[in-house]
Design a protein around this ligand. Structure first.
Ligand code: VOV
Length: 248
């Protein structure tokens, strides 16, 4: 049997994609809409408090195109905490004006492919910060799920640790050339959701997503072993810009 990479896990992640039911939102009266927005602002404050107390992080982005209208990405300490935040949102009045488009459950993951021998990663503050990250408020988000292939001739899971490490090194080098331009959060989802990883990218220039993903397509680990789900792209929302988006 091949050696599995050892992984470190941090906060659990929920990507909660919603579409706005514009017909229902427009049919609501001014007071109903105001109450729904007030409740949403309260909710936003609670998310901030969670972040301030280092118990998780939340960002909200629009989604461009017909797959959804917005995505709430939540990181929390436990699956129960994630379910609680999902339920709390579902109980808001605003949620009545949304429909569920897609969701993705995973956990922030780091693997040991490029780890330093002999170092206890849990004593390294940089690693802890990567496992429990405050989500960046960059202008754009890109999310997609992916697998590593398990086909007869191209089976990632049948490769030796050394072969995988060599390929991950090349992957990491391409990634590093986007330092400062694209921030990635890789979440593992084997046993949690339909794909093996969630890839969430943040950037202030959306074109950098295209450039990075395209460049990686030529790198063996993606070219040969990567399988990808649907891509979601959108821009940052805050309390103010969400209200603007909902203004009739
Ligand atoms: C923004 C840049 C960027 C950078 C710097 C980067 C670096 C690294 C390093 C150093 C490592 C290995 C150690 C670890 O941290 O786990 C990884 C790991 C991983 N990556 Fe990555 N990746 C990036 C970006 C990046 C992208 C754009 C993608 C999607 C691939 C594509 O073709 O669309 C991706 C995927 C992954 C995955 C699925 C894993 C886990 C693989 C596994 O088998 O376990 N990743 N990644």
């Amino acid at each position: 049997m091949n050696e599995a990479a050892s992984t470190l896990e941090g906060w659990y992640a929920l990507h909660d994609f919603r579409s706005i039911n514009w017909a229902a939102w427009k049919a609501a009266d001014d007071e109903e809409r105001a109450v729904a927005l007030d409740e949403l602002q309260e909710f936003w404050k609670e998310w901030k408090e969670v972040e301030d107390s280092s118990k998780g992080s939340t960002v909200v982005y629009t989604v461009v195109g017909q797959k959804a209208d917005l995505v709430m990405m939540h990181l929390r300490e436990t699956l129960e905490d994630l379910k609680a935040v999902e339920n709390a949102f579902n109980k808001t009045m605003f949620a009545q004006y949304t429909t569920k488009s897609y969701s993705y459950v995973s956990v922030v993951e780091l693997s040991n492919y490029l780890g330093k021998e002999g170092e206890d990663p849990m004593q390294n503050p940089d690693i802890i910060a990567r496992l429990k990250p405050v989500l960046p408020q960059r202008q754009y988000i890109c999310f997609y799920p992916m697998n590593k292939k398990r086909e007869l001739n191209d089976n990632w899971y049948m490769l030796s640790m050394d072969e995988r490490r060599t390929m991950m090194r090349s992957h990491g080098m391409i990634g590093r050339s986007y330092a400062g331009k694209v921030k990635q959060i890789i979440t593992g989802s084997v046993g949690f959701d339909d794909w093996e990883w969630g890839v969430t990218l943040f950037a202030d220039d959306a074109l950098q997503f295209k450039k990075l993903v395209y460049e990686m397509r030529f790198d063996e680990v993606s070219a040969r072993y990567g399988e990808f789900g649907s891509f979601y792209v959108g821009s940052l929302l805050n309390e103010g810009t969400l209200e603007d988006m909902l203004k009739l």
